[in-house]
Design a binder for this molecule. Structure first.
Ligand code: FAD
Length: 472
C-alpha cells in the first residue's frame, strides 16, 4: 500500500527524515501539503510568508516531480484531508516531520487521532530542532533558562546526527487524486502587488538555500563575528526564511559550519543557531509565550495606546533614521538586519511605550522569516520580560546606535534616500543639524523627512517611570 508523506515546515528533499523513511520502504509514495488555516488560527501565515510559501511549494513540487512523484495540494483541516486522501489511494501509513508550535502540536494530535480511527499508521519521524528539550537540561534535569549555560549544555550533548541525502527516486501511486491548483490558494498579492522588493531579494526553495549556505561559508563566515553587527554589510547568512520553511535543515547548516575551520566567526554563527534552539525550547515550555510575558510582572505594565505613533513606526516615519531605515527595509524586502530589529523593537517598546505584541504582530505580517518561537522570544527579550532578557532599564539610543553600527551611514542612506546628502555628522540625528546643513542637503524637516515623533530623552524617562511603577 502507498505511504503518505505530509509536508509541513520541511519543504525540501534533502535531509528530510519523513521522506527518506517513506522512500526506503520501496512502496509508492504520495507527498501531500495541506493548507490548514483553521488549525493555525491567529498564526496562519502573514502576507510576506504567504508569498514565500507559494514559491516554496512550487519549487518543492518541481523537485518531487524530478524524483517521479507529484505533490498533492489539499486545503482544509489536516486530519480530515489526510484521512480522506489515504482512503482515496488506499494508503495505510502517514508520516511527517514534527513542528514545535503549540497549535501545530494540537493539529498533529488531531491527525494522529483521526488516523487511528481510520486504521492508519500515523507517525512523526523528524524534528526541526538540533537538540531535543529533554536532552538539554541542568544536572538536576530542569530546563536551562539562561542562554550561555543552555548552549554549553547543547554543545556537550551528543551532536545532532549527520544529514541524510535526498532520495534518488520515488515510486508514484497508481492513481493520484486531483488536488488544488496552487494559484487557487491566492497566496500572492494581487492589487496592489507589493511583492516586487521580495522578488528582487529572494529566491525561495531549497536550491537557493543551499547556494546561500555555501556562499556564506566561503565568503562571510571568517568575518561574521564583526560584520554581523553592521547593517550596511551583507555579513550574515540570510538563511532565516529558508530555515523557517525548512528548505534547508538545521542539521545541514550546523554540520557544514561545524566542519569549517575554527574561527571566531564559526563559534558565533553556531551560537546564533543556538538562539533559534533556545527560542524553540522556550515556546515548547511556555506555549502562551506569543502573548504572555515570561516575566509575569510585565502583565501589569502600563502600556500606552498611540495609533499614530504605531503607524509612524510601521511606515518608517518616526524621524529616527536608523529606525526608519529598518522599518523600510522590512517593508520592501520582508527581512531586517538583526541589529536593527533590536533597535526598532526597543524604540516601539520603550520610546513609544507600546506593547511588544503590537510590534510582534507587524513583524508577523511583514517578515518572510516570521517564526512564532524566534519572533516571540526576541520581542520578549528586547522588551525585558523574556528569558535571559536585556534589562528593561537598558534603553537603546537610536541615534547613538546608528553612529556606532552604521558609522558611514551606508544603511540609512540606502533605505532613507531623502537623507542621502546629509553629512555623516548629522545623518543619525537630522533634527540637530544646523538649518544651513539641511538646506545644502535639500531637506526641509517635516516636509521631506519627519521630525522625531518623540524626544528620546523624555521618552526614556517616561519608560523608566513606567518600569519603576511595575516594581512597586
Ligand atoms: P544569521 O546571523 O546568519 O544567523 C543564522 C541563523 O541563526 C538565522 O537564520 C536564524 O535561524 C538563527 N538566529 C540568528 N539570530 C537569532 C536570534 N536572535 N533568535 C533566534 N534565531 C536566531 N528570527 C527569525 O528567524 N524569525 C523571526 O520572526 C525573528 N523575529 C525577530 C524579532 C526581533 C525583535 C528580533 C530582535 C530578532 C528576531 N529574529 C527572528 C532573530 C534574528 O534577527 C534573525 O534570525 C536574523 O536576523 C536572520 O538573519 P540571518 O539568517 O542572516 O541570520
Amino acid at each position: 500500500a502507498p505511504i503518505l508523506v505530509w509536508f509541513r515546515r520541511d519543504l525540501r528533499l534533502d535531509d528530510n527524515p519523513a521522506l527518506a523513511e517513506a522512500a526506503a520502504t520501496g512502496r509508492p509514495v504520495l507527498p501531500v501539503y495541506v493548507h490548514d488555516e483553521d488549525s493555525a488560527g491567529a498564526w496562519a501565515e502573514g502576507g510576506a510568508s504567504r508569498w514565500w510559501l507559494h514559491h516554496s511549494l512550487a519549487r518543492l513540487g518541481e523537485g518531487l516531480k524530478r524524483l517521479g512523484v507529484p505533490l498533492l495540494l489539499r486545503r482544509g483541516p489536516a486530519a480530515e484531508m489526510l484521512a480522506e486522501t489515504a482512503r482515496m489511494v488506499g494508503a495505510d501509513t502517514v508520516v511527517w516531520n514534527r513542528r514545535i508550535e503549540p497549535w501545530a502540536a494540537r493539529q498533529e494530535a488531531a491527525v494522529a487521532a483521526r488516523a487511528a480511527g481510520a486504521g492508519l499508521v500515523a507517525r512523526a519521524v523528524g524534528s526541526p530542532l538540533l537538540f531535543e528539550p529533554d536532552r538539554v537540561t541542568s544536572k538536576l534535569g530542569t530546563p536551562l533558562k539562561v542562554f550561555t549555560p543552555f548552549w554549553r549544555a547543547c554543545l556537550a550533548a551528543p551532536p545532532p546526527t549527520r544529514p541524510i541525502p535526498a532520495p534518488e527516486r520515488l515510486i508514484p501511486c497508481a492513481t493520484a487524486p486531483a488536488g488544488d491548483a496552487l494559484e487557487h490558494w491566492r497566496l500572492l498579492p494581487k492589487t496592489p502587488d507589493w511583492a516586487g522588493g521580495l522578488r528582487d531579494t529572494w529566491r525561495p526553495g531549497e536550491a537557493d538555500a543551499a547556494r546561500r549556505l555555501s556562499r556564506f561559508l566561503a565568503e562571510r563566515l571568517d568575518s561574521y563575528a564583526g560584520d554581523r553587527d553592521r547593517p550596511a554589510v551583507d555579513g550574515t547568512s540570510g538563511l532565516s526564511p529558508h530555515l523557517h520553511f525548512g528548505e534547508i535543515s538545521p542539521r545541514r547548516v550546523f554540520h557544514a559550519a561545524f566542519d569549517a575551520p575554527p574561527s571566531a566567526g564559526h563559534d558565533r554563527f553556531l551560537a546564533e543557531l543556538g538562539w533559534r534552539e533556545f527560542s524553540a525550547h522556550l515556546l515548547m515550555r511556555s506555549p502562551d509565550m506569543d502573548r504572555a510575558p515570561l516575566n509575569t510582572d510585565f502583565a501589569r505594565m502600563d502600556w500606552r495606546s498611540d495609533p499614530e505613533g504605531l503607524e509612524a513606526w510601521r511606515r518608517g516615519r518616526t524621524g529616527y533614521p536608523l529606525v526608519d531605515a529598518g522599518m523600510r527595509q522590512l517593508w520592501q524586502t520582508g527581512w531586517m538586519h538583526n541589529r536593527v530589529r533590536m533597535v526598532v523593537a526597543s524604540f516601539l517598546v520603550k520610546d513609544l511605550l507600546l506593547p511588544w505584541t503590537d510590534g510582534a504582530a507587524w513583524f508577523w505580517d511583514t517578515l518572510v522569516d516570521a517564526d512564532l518561537a524566534s519572533n516571540s522570544a526576541s520581542w520578549q527579550w528586547v522588551a525585558g520580560c523574556g528569558a535571559d532578557a536585556a534589562p528593561f532599564f537598558r534603553v537603546f539610543n537610536p541615534a547613538l546606535q546608528g553612529e556606532k553600527f552604521d558609522s558611514d551611514g551606508g544603511y540609512v542612506r540606502r533605505w532613507c534616500p531623502e537623507l542621502a546628502r546629509l553629512p555623516d555628522r548629522w545623518l543619525h540625528q537630522p533634527w540637530r543639524a544646523p538649518s544651513q546643513a539641511l538646506a545644502m542637503a535639500g531637506i526641509a524637516l517635516g516636509r521631506d523627512y519627519p521630525r522625531p515623533v518623540v524626544d528620546h530623552d523624555l521618552a526614556r524617562k517616561r519608560a523608566l517611570d513606567a518600569f519603576s511603577r511595575l516594581r512597586q
